[in-house]
Ligand binder design. Structure first.
Ligand code: TXA
Ligand code: MG
Length: 341
């Protein structure tokens, strides 16, 4: 069984170099992507949150390829993606609260960390040896179609080099990973634009490990109680949660948060219609949402950070962003972008 796994899959040019295929978001592209994944290849694909760098989660050699391509510290466990709840229930054990959240938010931008099912095929490298698994049924139909074709859980972190800004378009993926992965499916821009919210459902406690595409308030509403914060105390030794690595999502430029004014030459990242003093001296300007809509701001966040960075400004001044709803996740990503490095 599974003897297809030992086949080398990377497309190669005449010199034995890996060449990244650009696949279209249609039946032909999906079928090629699924073949590559089943053979142990690395394929970046769109979800509603960000582009993921996928590998067969049951194949440790394939999963090792993710860490190599991203140059990611290998202690980070990965999210496994499934086409539907039934497939997720074969990999993890869902208590009543986890089941309620799955029913309310899947398919969608929510990841549930649950005890690993006895019959789970997800390899130890994908979970970093933990006895829990992080599972997600993505909201984008194209992603679920791909997962159905693959027929195995697909491990996928964001498709960027470690520490860089998450990709929300296929060209962002190529900028970081061209000729380090087998293929990317071009599905256009992602509509949520932030990674999934991660909830740990272990030991009867519901904890918010990473704010993301589903606001905390919506989850608390379904649970009928408050979420606890951070990793479970028993996880102290374990490879902790989400990008807990301080500096993450880092542009090349310095990042200045809660900016009340723009200094000459700085890039300006705005929100709403207000123009801060000094805006006329800005080296480049982007607005997350003219109308002050946090959903639109989340969708634009990573592309605008990249856009300002590509303008080669020395620093990016970011105006204050409200903290409610998706603002919690936006502010979390911005704090990481600003962390010392
Ligand atoms: O939106 C998303 O979630 C994207 C798309 C591609 O689905 N994926 C993503 O994956 O952001 P990644 O690998 O960048 O983030 C996974 C996070 C990591 O920070 C990891 O620490 C946490 O999930 N994680 C995974 N398994 C865990 C576990 N068993 N316990 C605690 N945290 C876990
Ligand atoms: Mg990431």
């Amino acid at each position: 069984m599974n003897d297809d796994r030992s086949t080398p899959v990377a497309s190669q040019d005449g010199h034995g170099q890996r060449v990244t295929e650009l696949l279209t978001a249609d039946a032909g592209g999906l079928s090629r992507a699924a073949d590559l994944l089943r053979l142990g290849g690395l394929v970046a694909f769109p979800t509603e949150t960000v582009y993921g760098l996928g590998a067969d989660a049951t194949n440790p050699r394939a999963v090792a390829g993710i860490y190599a391509a991203k140059e990611r510290p290998s202690f980070n466990p990965l999210i496994s993606h499934l086409p539907d709840i039934a497939a997720a229930e074969r990999e993890g054990v869902f208590g009543p609260d986890a089941a309620r959240l799955a029913a309310a938010f899947w398919p969608g931008p929510l990841t549930l960390v649950v005890p690993r099912a006895e019959m789970s095929r997800i390899c130890d490298l994908a979970t970093a040896g933990l006895d829990s698994v992080a599972l997600r049924v993505p909201g984008l139909p194209l992603a679920r179609d791909l997962l159905t074709l693959v027929g195995r859980p697909v491990a996928a972190p964001s498709a960027n080099r470690s520490g860089r800004i998450s990709p929300t378009r296929a060209d962002h993926v190529l900028a970081d990973l061209i000729d380090r992965i087998d293929a990317v499916i071009d599905g256009g821009g992602t509509n949520v634009g932030l990674e999934s919210t991660i909830i740990s459902c272990l030991d009867g406690e519901m904890r918010l490990l990473r704010p993301g595409g589903v606001p905390r308030e919506a989850i608390e509403e379904v649970l009928g109680r408050k979420l606890l914060d951070g990793a479970a105390p028993t996880d102290e030794e374990a490879p902790l949660a989400p990008g807990m690595l301080e500096s993450h999502y880092a542009p090349r430029a310095m990042v200045r948060l809660d900016a009340e004014e723009v200094r000459p030459g700085e890039g300006a990242l705005l929100f709403g219609r207000k123009r801060p003093p000094g805006i006329e001296t800005a080296g480049a300007i982007r607005n997350l949402s003219e109308s002050g809509d946090l959903v639109e701001a989340a969708a634009n966040l990573f592309a605008h950070l990249r856009g300002l960075d590509d303008a080669r400004v020395p620093a990016i001044a970011i105006v204050p962003i409200p903290a409610h709803g998706l603002g919690e996740a936006i502010n979390d990503r911005l704090r990481r972008a600003a962390a010392p490095r």
